[in-house]
Design a protein around this ligand. Structure first.
Ligand code: ADP
Ligand code: MG
Length: 244
């Protein structure tokens, strides 16, 4: 097994004539926590979407655990099963209980028996602190609780890597902390994570590596100390002076 769960080489992505990702080289090791920071519109979400095959790419390669996912004949559904994806807006199924939300894919896709899937689901609900909400519907939960259910739902598929796209941006301030706390625990347990975030405190404290993207290019990457306290690039400095 290679040490890399994600390897991106010379990735270029266009929307029509708009060159959105420019010669991106990016790798993530198993067990690594990488924070991606950058202004709105710089290409962060598009990069994540290229990593799980939600967007076609125009040149370069994306390997997920060694598999070149943009090659013909690759089973993208299988690739996506190995990548947990957490968005701003949870995407829970509104007509299903918390437990049903979490057991759906393990039962349907992985053919895990319902009883066992429920056991797994309760385990992860406990982990995110919401075991008492297993029979609740999404509308009965706060934003932060919904996001923690979404995390439990992803974990129940046993992903190789978890990708988060601004997981706390749509939350009320008072529920942000609980979600970040769950993410921090995951990181400490060795989960491989790619986190697009505006939470600089989280990036500083939890990330092994911080990547700064501007206008579709990786401008600078390094440890949180390097990026936050000693950025080498002018643009990184300018960005950080605005957000910190
Ligand atoms: P970020 O997540 O950093 O805010 P995005 O990856 O969402 O940035 O967007 C990068 C650029 O690509 C932006 O200029 C955005 O308008 C453009 N873009 C994103 N998605 C699409 C799309 N589906 N079609 C056309 N342009 C898009
Ligand atoms: Mg985005």
């Amino acid at each position: 097994m290679s040490e890399w769960v994600i390897e991106v080489e010379s990735l270029n992505k266009y929307f029509g004539k708009h060159h959105v990702l420019k010669d991106i080289d990016f790798r993530v090791r198993f067990g690594e926590v990488v924070a991606i920071i950058g202004a709105s519109g710089s290409g962060k979400s598009t990069l994540l979407r290229c990593l799980n095959g939600l967007e076609p790419i125009q040149s370069g390669r994306v390997l997920v655990d060694g598999v070149d996912i943009h090659q013909n004949g690759v089973d993208l559904n299988k690739v996506r099963q190995s990548i947990g994806m957490i968005f701003q807006n949870f995407n829970l199924f509104p007509h299903m209980t918390v437990l049903q939300n979490i057991t759906l894919a393990p039962v349907k896709v992985k053919k895990i028996p319902l009883q066992e899937a429920q056991k797994i689901a309760r385990n992860f609900l406990q982990k995110v602190g919401l075991l008492d909400k297993q029979d609740a519907y999404p509308w009965q939960l706060s934003g932060g609780q919904k996001q923690r259910v979404a995390i439990a739902r992803s974990l129940a598929m046993n992903p190789k890597v978890m990708m988060f796209d601004e997981p706390t941006s749509a939350l009320d301030p008072e529920t942000v902390k609980d979600v970040l706390e769950v993410m921090k625990e995951l990181a400490q347990e060795g989960m491989t994570m790619i986190v697009v975030t505006h939470e600089m405190g989280f990036a500083k404290e939890v990330a092994d590596r911080v990547v700064y993207i501007d206008d579709g290019k990786i401008i600078e990457e390094g440890t949180p100390e390097e990026i936050f306290y000693n950025p080498r690039n002018e643009r990184t400095r300018a960005f950080l002076s605005k957000v910190i």
